[in-house]
Design a protein. Structure first.
Length: 276
């Protein structure tokens, strides 16, 4: 269990390297929770209009390391793994040898991150619902990360949703496959449910609306309920009814269980490959 340091109590500057969708979501979460804009530095060579607007409100955009002034409390690396291999060494001057480095890059190991930009590394994997404060992040800390740094990382990650900590870094590839990539699987389900509805004769607009709202509502029910997903599924399924007929297909030998197992295995393998 990790104690969370209140975000507003973090002293020093937060340097965010990479302000794409996930980095931008984290930045928005920090500001929404009251972290001072002037204590945030964003390193982003191609800032979006949203990031430029935040810079106009006090967030410091692309200053040199010498111009930061305050001690860096954390360097948050939100780059794509491929970009990190090129840009990573340039991040080293933004921190020190004992600075907290919080990485949300898929596949990149604690050792490889520390080797490129130094610091005490926490490796984390968030997902895109972070953009609405409903993300789930899994984190693992390197051996040299202090309790205070772990609490700081926890506070930064909690700004976009729930946080789980693990002690075995080897689990992070499977975490990436399940929750990091998981929203794409849900969105695909919405696409295919709508397409199947159209194939059954529904007008496109109605099929899309039914699929979208059914998945969104079911997700919210799962979020609020104390029942397991299996129990909620069983509650919808009457013996010999329409749902049972569909589930006979989805739960068959070559059904969703087989497909999902293979999909997660493929994503896990790819996560391991990104570290090479």
């Amino acid at each position: 269990m990790t104690a969370t340091e209140p975000l507003v109590d973090i002293s020093g500057t937060i340097v965010l390297a990479g302000a794409g969708k996930m980095g931008g979501a984290m930045l928005s979460g920090w500001l929404a929770q009251g972290f001072a804009a002037e204590k945030i530095v964003v390193i982003e060579p191609q800032p979006s209009d949203v990031i430029r607007a935040l810079a106009a409100k006090g967030v410091r955009l692309n200053p040199s390391p010498a111009d930061i002034g305050d001690k860096v409390a954390a360097l948050v690396v939100a780059l794509k793994p491929q970009a990190f291999r090129e840009a990573g060494p340039g991040l080293k001057p933004y921190g020190g040898s004992a600075t907290l480095v919080l990485s949300i890059m898929a596949g990149m190991t604690i050792a490889s991150i520390a080797n490129v930009c130094g610091g005490n590394v926490v490796r984390a994997m968030p997902n895109t619902p972070a953009a609405i404060g409903r993300g789930i992040t899994v984190a693992v800390a390197g051996n040299d990360v202090t309790d205070r740094q772990r609490a700081t990382a926890d506070a930064l990650l909690h700004a976009t949703g729930s946080v789980e900590w693990v002690e075995d870094e080897g689990l992070m590839d499977a975490v990436t496959a399940v929750s990091g990539s998981g929203p794409a699987y849900v969105f695909l389900l919405a696409e295919e449910l709508a397409r199947a509805g159209m194939a059954a004769g529904l007008p496109e607009a109605l099929a899309v609306s039914l699929a979208r709202e059914t998945i969104a509502g079911s997700g919210e029910l799962l979020h609020r309920s104390d029942l397991s997903a299996a129990s909620l599924r069983q509650n919808v399924t009457s013996p010999g009814g329409t749902t049972a007929a569909a589930l006979d297909v989805l739960m068959g030998k070559e059904g969703l269980r087989s497909l999902m197992t293979r999909a997660i295995a493929a994503a896990t393998r790819r996560s391991k490959e990104l570290a090479k």
